[in-house]
Design a protein around this ligand. Structure first.
Ligand code: SAH
Length: 232
């Protein structure tokens, strides 16, 4: 009876939090990401030290480190940890880059990028998600991430060119403005397609020539067009 009481109290105290998250993040990286061949040490280290549960609604936080995407509200998802690790390592960041992300969602991918580059500019089309992720990132102390509510098809005029661009929603075809806003020598990692999608790494060569490499088949939420114009 006493033990039962203790267990109930402990569970009650822990609801909405995640016990031993560092251990869970380490196991997530080792078993889901490194085990599948993503082995860039800096990326793995950042993911071991990023509190993924903080980016997930309280009722789903106990599942934060499982091998799956999770719902974050507004019919959107936070990507599976392996996909975050893979896409981040495909950007080949060295530390001084200005990076554009399309599809802020929970803010987790932006948080993973933050220590790996100079600045992250991230655009989210659902206003409430943009507001929420901005607040989460500020609360956790990220100070090189700029969140904008807007349409990712436009890129971020005024901040271009970007050294690297990562898109975490799938457009049916490569949005021309994103390629335009990429620096020569820069890398763009993007899922393209509708029902059948592929993850592409696109490099901009001298003279604006496009080099495309298909990595794996993937499944992302669609990159949508705004229903009405979004004011600046
Ligand atoms: N990177 C996110 C996961 C993104 S899910 C994370 O770490 O949590 C894809 C996100 O792209 C969704 O939040 C969706 O609202 C957003 N999105 C869809 N179309 C968009 C567009 N045209 N511009 C910007 N964001 C878009």
């Amino acid at each position: 009876m006493n033990i039962l009481f203790f267990v109930l109290c402990a569970n009650f105290q822990l609801s909405g939090q995640v016990d031993n998250w560092e251990q869970k993040a380490k196991a997530m990286v080792d078993n889901q990401i490194l085990a599948r061949g993503v082995n860039e040490a800096k990326v793995l280290d950042v993911m071991r030290n990023t509190p993924r549960h903080e980016f997930i609604p309280a009722e789903r936080q106990p599942y934060a480190y499982i091998d799956s995407p999770l719902a974050i509200g507004f019919e959107q998802t936070i990507s599976q940890p392996y996909i975050v690790g893979l896409m981040t390592s495909l950007l080949k960041l060295k530390g001084n880059e200005k990076v554009l992300e399309i599809g802020t969602g929970s803010g987790y991918q932006a948080a993973v990028l933050s220590p790996l580059c100079k600045e992250v500019f991230t655009i989210e089309i659902v206003k409430k998600l943009a507001v929420r992720s901005k607040a989460t990132l500020a609360r956790l102390g990220y100070d090189n991430i700029y969140v904008k509510w807007g349409d990712g098809y436009q890129g971020w005029p005024g901040e271009e060119p970007f050294d690297a661009i990562i898109v975490t929603a799938a457009p049916p075809a490569l949005p021309p403005k994103l390629f335009e806003q990429l620096k020569v020598g820069g890398r763009l990692v993007i899922p393209v397609g509708s029902i059948w999608q592929e993850l592409w790494v696109i490099t901009k060569l001298q003279g604006g020539i496009m080099d495309k490499e298909s990595v794996i088949p993937v499944r992302f939420v669609p990159m949508v067009h705004p229903e009405k114009p979004i004011p600046e």
